[in-house]
Write a protein that binds this ligand. Structure first.
Ligand SMILES: NC(=O)c1ccc[n+]([C@@H]2O[C@H](COP(=O)([O-])OP(=O)(O)OC[C@H]3O[C@@H](n4cnc5c(N)ncnc54)[C@H](OP(=O)(O)O)[C@@H]3O)[C@@H](O)[C@H]2O)c1
Length: 328
C-alpha cells in the first residue's frame, strides 16, 4: 500500500489522540498509518477486529521499512501507537457503545477522521431500518461527532474533524422527503443515494463549522480522488472490466495518493484553525452550488435530527448547536 508521500512529515506529540474510522484498509489505512508514523496515538475504529489487527501488523512492518529507508521526520518511538476499537457504523447501538467506551477511557480527542464509507451498492437496509449508505456514511458519523464534541472542546487548541466525502456529491439529489429510501429494492438508484450521502457530508461540514466558529474545533470535508482501494470490491460485470482498464491506464490514484489530502488536513500545522472548506488535492475547492446553499444546509440539519436524536442527550444536542452551558 502506498508510495512516496507529498505532504509534510511533521512531529506530532504522542498524547495527541486521533480516531480514524475505516482505518483497516484503503484511504483510512494510510491516514491512520501516516498520522501514527508522525507520532500521534491513533485509534483504528473498525467493524472487523481481525481485519484491523492485520492492518495494524502491516502498519508496524511498513513503519520499520520506512525507517530503514531513512525517511526523515518519523517518530523516534520504536513502534507505532496504534489501537483498535470496535465500531460498526451500520448499527446505532455499536456507534453509541463505541462513543461510551471512548468517553470512559477519559482520553482527550484531537483529530476525528470520519472516513469509513460504502459505495454504490444494491439496496441494503440496516438493523435500524435505514438505507445503509445514509446510515454508515452520514448519520453514524454525525452521532460520533455529537457525542465526542464535548471531549474535543476540552482537548486544547487545534482540534480537527475531517470528513471523507466525494466529488460524487454532485451526483446526489437534494430531496429531504426521500432521505431514507423506502421504494422497491430492485429500482434503488444506488449511485444517486451514494451521491446524496456524500452531499450531506459536505453540507454537514459547512453547517458544523458555522456552529463551531471561534471554537478550538475545525471541520472540513474533502474529496480523495478516484482511488484504487477496496471500495469497488463488489463491482461485477462490465463495471469490473472498466475498473481493470482504469487501473491499467493509470487513471486511478493509489491509496496513499488518495489519502494525501486527508493526512494533510489531519496533520499539517498550517491548517490549524482552518474550518468550513471542501478540499481536493490539498486545496480549498468549490463544491456544488447545492452543497453551498446555507438554507439547504439548515434544512438538512433540521431533517437529520429525527433520525438520530434518540441516541443523543439534550446536552449533546445543545453542544452541537453551540449552546451548551459547558462550552469552553
Ligand atoms: N475510492 C474512491 O475512489 C473514493 C472516491 C471518493 C470518495 N471515497 C470515500 O473514501 C472513503 C474511504 O473509502 P476507500 O476508498 O478507502 O474504500 P475501502 O478501501 O472500501 O475502505 C472503506 C473502509 O470503510 C469501512 N466500512 C465500511 N462499512 C463500515 C461499517 N459499517 N462500519 C465501519 N466501517 C465500515 C471498511 O471496513 P471493512 O474493510 O470491514 O469493509 C473500510 O475500512 C469512503 O468514505 C468513500 O466514500 C472513495
Amino acid at each position: 500500500m502506498g508510495g512516496s508521500p507529498s505532504f509534510p512529515i511533521v512531529p506530532i506529540a504522542k498524547d495527541r489522540i486521533f480516531i480514524v474510522t475505516g482505518a483497516n484498509t484503503g484511504i483510512g489505512y494510510e491516514i491512520a498509518k501516516w498520522s501514527a508514523m508522525m507520532g500521534a496515538t491513533v485509534i483504528l475504529a473498525c467493524r472487523s477486529e481481525e481485519r484491523a489487527r492485520k492492518a495494524m501488523e502491516t502498519m508496524q512492518e511498513e513503519f520499520k521499512t520506512e525507517k530503514e529507508k531513512g525517511t526523515t521526520g518519523l517518530t523516534d518511538s520504536p513502534t507505532l501507537a496504534i489501537e483498535f476499537m470496535k465500531l460498526d457504523l451500520a448499527s446505532f447501538q455499536s456507534v453509541v457503545e463505541f462513543c461510551e467506551e471512548f468517553k470512559k477511557s477519559g482520553r482527550q480527542l484531537h483529530v476525528l477522521c470520519c472516513n469509513a464509507g460504502l459505495g454504490a451498492n444494491s439496496y441494503k437496509q440496516t438493523s435500524d431500518g435505514l438505507e445503509i449508505m445514509l446510515q454508515v456514511n452520514y448519520l453514524s458519523h454525525f452521532i460520533i461527532i455529537a457525542k465526542l464534541l464535548s471531549i474535543m472542546r476540552r482537548s486544547g487548541p487545534d482540534c480537527r474533524i475531517v470528513l471523507t466525502s466525494s466529488g460524487f456529491h454532485k451526483g446526489g439529489t437534494f430531496d429531504l422527503t426521500t432521505m431514507n429510501y423506502t421504494g422497491n429494492a430492485r429500482s434503488f438508484p444506488d449511485l444517486n443515494y451514494y451521491g446524496r450521502s456524500k452531499l450531506y457530508q459536505v453540507m454537514q461540514a459547512f453547517a458544523m463549522s458555522r456552529r463551531f466558529k471561534d471554537s478550538n474545533v475545525a471541520v472540513n470535508s474533502m474529496h480523495p480522488g478516484f482511488v484504487d482501494s477496496e471500495f469497488f470490491r463488489d463491482v461485477t460485470g462490465i463495471a469490473k472490466c472498466c475498473f481493470a482498464c482504469f487501473r491499467t491506464c493509470g487513471a486511478m490514484k493509489n491509496t496513499l495518493e488518495g489519502a494525501t489530502c486527508g493526512i494533510d488536513l489531519a496533520t499539517n500545522p498550517k491548517h490549524a484553525g482552518v474550518s468550513g472548506h471542501y478540499w481536493v488535492n490539498c486545496k480549498i475547492t468549490t463544491p456544488s452550488s447545492t452543497s453551498r446553499d446555507e438554507q439547504k444546509q439548515e434544512m438538512l440539519w433540521k431533517e437529520t435530527f429525527p433520525f438520530i436524536q434518540k441516541y443523543l442527550t439534550e446536552e449533546e444536542i445543545a453542544d452541537m448547536e453551540g449552546k451548551s452551558p459547558n462550552r469552553l
